[in-house]
Write a protein that binds this ligand. Structure first.
Ligand code: IPE
Ligand code: IPE
Ligand code: MG
Length: 237
């Protein structure tokens, strides 16, 4: 008997959580967990590419993560810088485009420069778009979008009568991308932690008990298969 083809999510968003707990369980410093987590990113990006997902958004650093001890922030920024520095060749070879969302102006200059150059270098790539959420907070994003709209209304560029949800979405950092179809969160936590509040309105959720460094290709496949069995109704029948 032939099986119905899997419906592949066009956009997968991931809250990569549990690096610290993974390290603590092994008696290692938290930064060892972040380092191991960066390896998982590589594996999951490859899996997304193989499956034929078009967009993958990775929550790498939240606006609230600036509250962490400076030592941990420094380690995370160093890892980010190294990630950006070493991905150019690979992303060009695999035809991957890199984009970012969030208040990236708050990142150290070394990271901002690497990010800008990798975004530019990969801008024409087509196989998969990897979107890094960096210094990202959904409430901040929504507040900034509102401010931009208010300014456009006050200058008369747009009329308040024309304000629609589509027009609002066009002011968000995520304007160039479709909404995520599937949200994955690791480490067994059931919360959004200020991630894509607007954009996840109709996403399907998949919670993995594994900490992010233990998450692998086959877990990603499992999430996609689980997604393909869901009945998405979008409020209709
Ligand atoms: C996720 O792992 C990575 C970031 C938030 C940067 P955590 O660092 O939150 O790990 P836990 O949740 O403390 O285990
Ligand atoms: C969410 O994880 C942010 C990222 C994965 C980058 P957190 O570990 O910061 O979230 P909370 O504090 O458990 O809600
Ligand atoms: Mg966490």
């Amino acid at each position: 008997m032939s099986q119905a083809p899997l419906s592949i999510p066009r956009h997968v968003a991931i809250i990569m959580d549990g690096n610290g707990r993974w390290a603590e369980a092994r008696g290692l410093p938290r930064k060892a967990g972040h380092r191991a987590g960066a390896e998982t990113v590589r594996e999951v990006v490859d899996a997304a590419l193989e499956i034929g997902v078009d967009f993958i958004t990775l929550y790498a650093f939240s606006s609230e993560n600036w509250k962490r001890p400076q030592k941990e922030i420094d380690a995370l920024m160093k890892l980010l810088e190294r990630f950006l520095k070493t991905k150019g060749k690979e992303f060009m070879k695999k035809n991957i485009r890199l984009r970012s969302i969030g208040q990236t102006e708050r990142l150290p200059e070394s990271c901002r420069a690497r990010l800008a150059s990798l975004e530019k270098e990969t801008s024409e790539n087509k196989a998969l778009t990897v979107i890094l959420a960096l210094s990202y907070g959904s409430r901040e994003e929504i507040a900034e979008a509102s401010l931009r709209l208010a300014q456009k209304i006050s200058t008369g560029e747009i009329s308040p009568d024309h304000l629609t949800t589509e027009l609002f979405a066009q002011q968000l950092d995520t304007a160039p991308f479709p909404d995520p179809d599937l949200l994955i969160r690791t480490s067994g936590e059931f919360r959004l932690s200020n991630f894509l509040l607007w954009q996840l309105s109709y996403a399907e959720f998949f919670i993995s008990e594994k900490n992010w460094p233990d998450f692998n290709k086959s877990d990603f496949h499992e999430a996609v298969v689980d997604y393909s069995r869901r009945n998405r109704r979008f409020g209709g029948l």
